[in-house]
Write a protein that binds this ligand. Structure first.
Ligand code: SF4
Length: 347
């Protein structure tokens, strides 16, 4: 595995360093996000916040703005909370002890093991979805890998296999194998360095494993959003009002409401009147719809352009020039709505 990894590993920016801060950052960014998508964000983020102190001292809005587009913003908020704790309680160094790392916000068993092994060569095996799949196939294990008893077994197996002389590279090799060779569909067993030890391969069931995981059913949701525009090209953004349209907590977004039904212009009119005191009568222009997915939610974004004489002054909102939106911490969904409005001729 180690020889295979040395030869085949992808050249990624966070693999050129042993700096715990950068390794930690990469691990957080890579949670639920593809490698290719993470690379440009990682580069920009370390340029903006080159070390843990810079991150701890930064304004949260700036941190979120540098995260905008990556999604799952609680990761960025926890990252900064952890940075503050590292500065105040660990002399600005990422802790070396597993328990201390685990006590930091946003750091679970996987991330603690990954950072400590890669940065400090501490003997902690990682277990994530990729590694679990590899182990399940090698051992021809059937059943739901996320079931607690199964997961504990897999953790024990991963720990037993760990190469004590090179835990960082070993962990990365296991993850790399899962990401590039032992992939969920069509594993490339012919190129696999552990093929001859793999029971699933021997039994011809590699593609069938892992088995048994029930997928959560997806839910269709419509998010009706109002792009309010005053005569000087300014718009209104809001942060999480009354739990409505709060799919993207604490990010700036257009006033929006979640509905079960599409074509919800009438409901949005009522919402704008009740929450913002804006009477719009028939001034609602439907814009092109867009799609957005957040975990199990399929969201139909339904933006409406609403021209108003005056934008309302309501606490928790901000009035900005339409062109300024890009520089603010906004969610991907808000960006998509802004793009639709720009395509309609707004900017
Ligand atoms: Fe995965 Fe195939 Fe390698 Fe087994 S032989 S670990 S199934 S890629």
């Amino acid at each position: 595995m180690l020889a295979w990894f040395a030869e085949s590993k992808r050249d990624l920016p966070w693999r050129r360093t042993r700096d715990p801060y950068r390794i930690w950052l990469s691990e957080i960014m890579l949670q639920q996000t593809r490698v290719a998508a993470v690379i440009p964000y990682f580069r920009r983020f370390v340029e903006a916040f080159p070390n843990v102190r810079a991150l701890a001292q930064a304004r949260t809005d700036r941190v979120l703005a540098n995260w905008a587009g990556l999604g799952y913003y609680s990761r960025a908020r926890n990252l900064q909370l952890a940075a503050k704790e590292i500065v105040s309680s660990h002399d600005s160094h990422f802790p070396r002890e597993y328990e201390a790392a685990l006590a930091l916000p946003g750091i679970g068993r996987y991330t603690a093991a990954a950072v400590l092994s890669i940065a400090y060569e501490a003997p902690h095996a990682v277990l994530d979805g990729n590694v679990a799949r590899v182990l399940a196939r090698i051992g021809a294990l059937r059943g739901d890998l996320r079931a607690p008893a199964m997961w504990r077994n897999l953790e024990a197996a991963a720990q037993e296999l760990l190469a004590r002389n090179s835990p960082g590279d070993w962990n990365q090799a296991m993850m790399e194998l899962g990401a590039t060779v032992c992939t969920p569909k069509s594993p490339r067993c012919g190129e696999c360095p552990v093929e001859k030890w793999c029971r699933a391969r021997k039994l011809g069931i590699a593609e069938k494993l892992p088995s048994g995981r029930k997928k959560r059913a997806t839910v269709d949701v419509t998010l009706a959003a109002a792009v309010l525009l005053d005569p000087s090209g300014r718009t209104l953004l809001v942060r999480q009002m009354n739990g409505e349209g709060a799919l993207f907590s604490r990010m700036w977004q257009f006033p929006a409401m979640e509905t079960k039904e599409p074509h919800s212009g009438a409901a949005l009119t009522g919402y704008l009147r009740d929450i913002f005191g804006v009477e719009i009568e028939d001034k609602l222009t439907p814009l092109a719809t867009a799609r957005h997915t957040v975990t199990f939610r399929n969201i139909r974004l339904e933006p409406y352009l609403v021209r108003v004489e005056r934008l309302p002054l309501v606490s928790g909102t901000r009035i900005v020039g339409f062109g300024q939106i890009r520089g603010m911490p906004i969610s991907n969904a808000t960006q998509k709505i802004a793009d639709v409005a720009i395509a309609h001729g707004l900017d």
